[in-house]
Write a protein that binds this ligand. Structure first.
Ligand SMILES: [Zn+2]
Length: 77
């Protein structure tokens, strides 16, 4: 899995990420699912796994919304 250098949204739940500068790299963390990354120039390392239960809940909600959206657009056209 690769991330863009500009990591601003959590890839697991699309929440805003916190950034902290520490000793030449950024520590990026998600306050929602607890995932953390270290960003060195253009290299992104995941240091803490997300709380998969939290992340999967959100993923389920997002897929429901996508399904609703598809159902709505299908009924319009
Ligand atoms: Zn997250």
């Amino acid at each position: 899995m690769t991330f863009s250098v500009n990591l601003t949204l959590c890839p697991f739940d699309s929440k805003d990420l916190n950034r902290e500068y520490s000793g030449g790299s950024f520590l990026v963390s998600c306050s929602h699912c607890g995932a953390e990354w270290e960003v060195h120039n253009n290299l992104v390392l995941r240091v803490t796994d997300p709380n998969w239960e939290m992340a999967e809940q959100v993923t389920a909600i997002v897929s429901e919304r996508i399904a609703e959206h598809l159902a709505n657009s299908a009924s319009i056209s």
